[in-house]
Design a protein around this ligand. Structure first.
Ligand code: GLY
Length: 351
């Protein structure tokens, strides 16, 4: 088992281990000895696969267990689902000493975390991510949210989990596309902070050592979150490829997966920033073969003007300026605040 510790406003462990799903009950009871009832929140793709294993483990450890399952997908990440979960918790009499478990990918983790933050003004919360993307990114760091009609992740809270359990066995049930989504975020971590990881995933395949790769990514994220939990500075490095990536996702009406969009965003940013004179070297020739190796796209069919218009409405823009993540070398990126119209120049040059 690999364990990474996070020391943010709340301190917690992230445990990475094959087969840990069957020990959820033991893990939760040693963490939360006063908890009697646990609500497992999941979706209708994940719960049929792993719900019984998790709820049995909880019941065997003496927990009174209830489950709430909603339809899989981004379209469920809204205030209706949130309110339904809150009503379910209230109807089932959960108290502040009880616990919510998110069993699923990023949507389940984000919405369950937000429900945990607001139900009774905060109850215990454990993440069990079941996608590679959620393991290396969204389950750690305490960003929780739902989408509003006017945009993605616009209502949420910073609310750290108390434990994160990553069972690498579940990765074998992911579709090729879902697996590739996680690979894009892993390549992002390698680009922003870790040349050794970049070399490892270039020479070998991520699936050859999931525990090492996940532990390395989570350790990078843990240190960043410890330095900047509330996303005012260094944490924005995690957005490498995301500003353009979000625009690609929106232009495609979310038919392009998050990881694919981020892959395209990383290439356009690397090439465009170099040609715009913002970096000394073009890193896209190093990135493109690595992204292709993990079945990720490296270009989009949208025009720079289409992407720019969507970027301008992105919530990450503050005033007239936008903070961009620019590569300086493999394993090192920097943040640069630039006038928002500079993004159009980068998009035109990076296309
Ligand atoms: N997913 C980026 C962050 O947690 O800040």
């Amino acid at each position: 088992m690999e364990t990474v510790h996070v020391n943010a406003s709340r301190s917690y462990d992230i445990k990475i281990c094959k087969g840990i799903l069957s020990s959820v009950g033991r893990e939760v009871s040693s963490l939360l000895p006063k908890t009697k009832r646990v609500a497992v929140i999941s979706d209708d793709k994940v719960f049929p696969l792993y719900g019984e294993r998790v709820t049995k483990s909880l019941s065997d450890s003496g927990f009174d267990t209830v489950s709430y399952v909603f339809p899989n997908g981004e379209h469920s990440k809204n205030t209706d689902t949130l309110v339904n979960i809150l009503n379910f918790l209230g109807t089932n009499g959960l108290t502040r000493s009880d616990c919510l478990i998110a069993l699923g990918g990023g949507v389940v983790g984000d919405i369950t975390g937000f429900a945990a933050a607001v139900f009774l003004r905060g109850i215990h919360f454990v993440q069990i991510p079941t996608t590679l993307l959620a393991m290396v990114d969204s389950s750690v760091g305490g960003k929780t949210a739902v989408n509003l009609d006017c945009g993605k992740n616009l209502a949420g809270a910073f609310y750290q989990p108390e434990l994160v359990l990553c069972d690498t066995d579940v990765l074998s049930s992911l579709s090729h596309e879902d697996y590739a989504d996680g690979c894009a975020e892993i390549i992002k971590y390698a680009m922003i902070k870790d040349k050794e990881l970049f070399d490892f995933i270039s020479q070998k395949h991520i699936c050859e050592d999931h525990e090492y790769v996940i532990r390395t990514c989570i350790s990078i994220k843990a240190r960043i979150v410890e330095n900047d939990e509330f996303d005012n500075g260094e944490r924005q490095l995690l957005n490498f490829g995301h500003t353009i990536g979000h625009a690609v996702e929106k232009c495609s009406n979310y038919s392009i997966h998050h990881g694919s969009a981020v892959a395209i965003g990383m290439v356009m940013m690397s090439k465009g920033a170099y040609l715009a004179g913002l970096c000394d070297k073009d890193y896209s020739p190093a990135l493109i073969p690595l992204l292709k190796k993990y079945s990720l796209p490296t270009a989009a069919e949208y025009t720079p003007a289409q992407l720019y218009n969507v970027t301008l409405s992105d919530k990450k823009r503050s005033g007239a300026d936008i903070t961009l993540v620019l590569p300086q070398e493999i394993g090192k990126c920097i943040l640069k605040k630039l006038p928002a119209q500079e993004v159009l120049n980068i998009l035109e040059k990076g296309s």
